[in-house]
Design a protein around this ligand. Structure first.
Ligand SMILES: *Cc1c(COP(=O)(O)O)cnc(C)c1O
Length: 390
């Protein structure tokens, strides 16, 4: 039997994996015995804070948590989320109808289109962007339509540039601020125009906001839901992954419009059985416990950011200092494609960075550097980059 021929179109039609070639080269460089500094993946290098780990240790021994979890998330977890949104953003949520626990926000983002997209429906997604937006729309049988984030617009979408017929057909719009991969942030005026746009065109906004706490110099990004009318048109995805260094734990949440949250919950109740309740208990500890770990996380990344941005600009590479996220979005020097520059950096220095076109064709001309190693390792990376001729 030929299994290959039986694969569904949704699998065979996936865009080619742009990092395959880079992964192969990384292996090659590693085999040569070169010391690799991996700035490729957006995964915090610091461990999960101790008080959260301690809560997990205690919770995992509790037989109450050994059974199937409740689909929407433990009531206490949803209340903790609502309390955190209230304290952090001044947004009041009904934990029963406006909060849904997710097995990491990636899971919710990927499933959201199944709740709203019929075959042939259009889904808008910001590009460059998190690849799950596009794939999720496609897996639901929808037509993904990229909305470009351009440097001249501070990496915010130009809503007026979206063709009117596309906007009329669109049901969802995925976007993300503070932004991965560009490090851009959005302010109230943008979110207000987004809500107006969503109302006019009847598009559900899916705002992905895992980096609101990873911000610097005293700047505090806002929630999309702070804007008047946002709850009528959309939902926000959030996660414990970046705020509390819990990427491996798989815990996130969707909040906002009750109808949309409920529809996503309906999809999920037919596919998964919720997040392990011991993990949710640890999540409650994260959201309601001592927040010093968040301040510590900000200070760590701010130090790394300052070190790297200064060094890169001194080398003649063009990079802005992001107000939030742990990503640097670096303009590729003239004469290189994103992939060619990332390959050169890898082969000559052993440093892994991500070519911008891995986040969509709109990312061509840039590379992304994640600040996920210690300052000592970053200093080593800087010494190596100084010897790079470009
Ligand atoms: C890290 C990240 C997430 C969070 O993913 P989890 O599944 O919650 O770990 C979501 N969106 C973007 C853009 C991210 O970079």
């Amino acid at each position: 039997m030929n299994i290959t021929d039986k694969k569904a179109d949704r699998i065979t039609q996936l865009p080619p994996y742009l990092f395959a070639e880079l992964d192969r080269k990384k292996e090659e460089v590693q085999k040569k015995g070169m010391d690799i500094i991996d700035l490729g993946v957006g995964d915090p290098d610091l461990p999960t804070p101790e008080h959260i780990v301690a809560k997990m240790k205690e919770s995992v021994a509790n037989p109450d948590y050994h059974t199937y979890p409740s689909y929407a998330g433990m009531p206490d977890f949803r209340r903790a989320v609502a309390g955190w949104y209230e304290r952090r953003f001044g947004v009041h949520l009904n934990p029963e109808t406006e909060v849904l626990a997710l097995i990491g926000s990636k899971e919710g983002i990927a499933h959201m289109p199944l709740a709203f997209i019929n075959p042939g429906d259009v889904g808008l997604y910001a590009s460059p962007g998190y690849p799950v937006y596009r794939t999720g729309i496609q897996f639901a049988g929808g037509i993904p339509h990229a909305v470009s984030l351009l440097e001249k617009n501070a990496f915010l979408p130009d809503l007026e540039a979206i063709p009117k017929d596309v906007a009329r057909k669109a049901k969802l719009f995925f976007l993300n601020y503070p932004n991965n991969p560009t490090g851009a942030v959005a302010e109230r005026d943008f979110f207000e125009s987004l809500v107006d746009y969503a109302r006019e065109n009847e598009i559900i906004i899916c705002h992905d906001a895992p980096y609101t706490e990873m911000s610097y110099d005293g700047y505090r990004p806002m929630s999309f839901l702070e804007v008047e009318g946002a709850r009528e048109v959309g939902i926000e995805f959030h996660s414990l992954s970046k705020t509390y260094r819990m990427t491996g734990w798989r815990l996130g949440f969707a909040v906002g419009n009750a109808e949309a949250v409920g529809a996503l919950g309906k999809v999920k109740s037919n596919i998964d059985s919720g997040a392990f309740e011991a993990v949710q208990a640890a999540g409650i500890e994260a959201l309601t416990g001592d927040q010093a770990c968040v301040e510590e996380m900000r200070a760590t990344y701010q130090g790394r950011r300052d070190l790297m941005v200064r060094a890169l600009n001194a080398m003649g590479l063009s990079v802005a200092s992001p107000k939030a996220t742990f990503y640097l979005w670096i303009t590729v020097p003239a004469g290189y494609t994103s992939a060619a520059f990332a390959t050169k950096v890898l082969e000559e220095t052993g440093i892994v960075i991500t070519p911008g076109n891995g986040f969509g064709p709109e990312g061509e001309g840039y590379v992304r550097m994640a600040l996920t190693v210690s300052e000592d390792r970053l200093k080593e990376a800087i010494e190596r980059l100084k010897n790079l001729a470009f």
